[in-house]
Design a protein around this ligand. Structure first.
Ligand code: DLZ
Length: 210
């Protein structure tokens, strides 16, 4: 079997997230995959030293709503939001059971967390998480295109890193495998973990560049 050449390599630098504040904005479409990705991102944020109280998780209906919500997080520092309650276990299921999924109540994800007013401090990075799975119409193409461009624009306009955590999958299996939930023997890799690490790395760079 040949060695794989794809994927991110480990950074030579160990970034310390202790001083960073990170928002995760996620869509609720394709929730099984979303939950695993959010849990993967949170696990790596915590492993990198980001304090639980400095991680905010906000849900929006679908991926199309991600750019507007992300732009609020990077532009309006006093935006009211919901704080994540994150457990210390690295087990994905445990992590999910401890998380709150935003201030918008919905039938799938009960709003268990209290809504709190965030301190008037900026976020060092925002992770936008969505799962788009191609259907039989052009919906997929339009949303993928507009969301990716809008998220890039937000980070370039504001200077706040917006981590692109949007899976654009052609099949259910592709999405599951990229969340570590593959149905075959190989479960795949949870890309949410990479996004957590990317947020800490880019948040640290931007602090240094100021
Ligand atoms: C409408 C729609 C469709 C068909 N598919 C997805 C999807 O695979 N992933 C996703 O995150 N959202 C999807 N949406 C919802 C749109 O993103 C958006 O929420 C609605 O069009 C309302 O603006």
């Amino acid at each position: 079997m040949s060695a794989t050449v794809k994927g991110i390599s480990k950074s030579d630098v160990q970034y310390d997230g202790a001083a960073l504040r990170v928002a995760i904005v996620h869509a609720r479409w394709n929730k099984t995959v979303i939950d695993a990705l959010v849990a993967g991102a949170v696990a790596k944020l915590k492993e990198s030293g980001v304090k639980e109280s400095n991680i905010v998780v906000q849900s929006v209906p679908g991926s199309f709503e991600l750019p507007l919500a992300c732009s609020r997080y990077v532009r309006d520092r006093a935006y009211n939001s919901t704080r994540a309650h994150v457990q210390t276990s690295s087990n994905v299921t445990d992590l999910l059971s401890g998380l709150s999924f935003g201030a918008i109540p919905n039938s799938e994800t009960p709003a268990t967390a209290a809504t709190v007013t965030m301190p008037n401090e900026p976020f060092d990075a925002v992770i936008a998480i969505g799962v788009l799975i191609k259907g039989s119409t052009m919906h997929f193409e339009y949303i993928c295109d507009s969301v990716s461009h809008a998220l890039m624009k937000i980070q370039l306009d504001t200077g706040v890193p917006v981590i692109f955590g949007v899976l654009t999958a052609l099949t259910d299996d592709q999405a599951l495998e990229r969340a570590g939930l593959g149905r075959g023997e190989d479960k795949g890799h949870n890309h949410g973990e990479d996004w957590g690490l990317a947020a800490v790395e880019m948040g640290s760079h931007v602090r240094r560049w100021r």
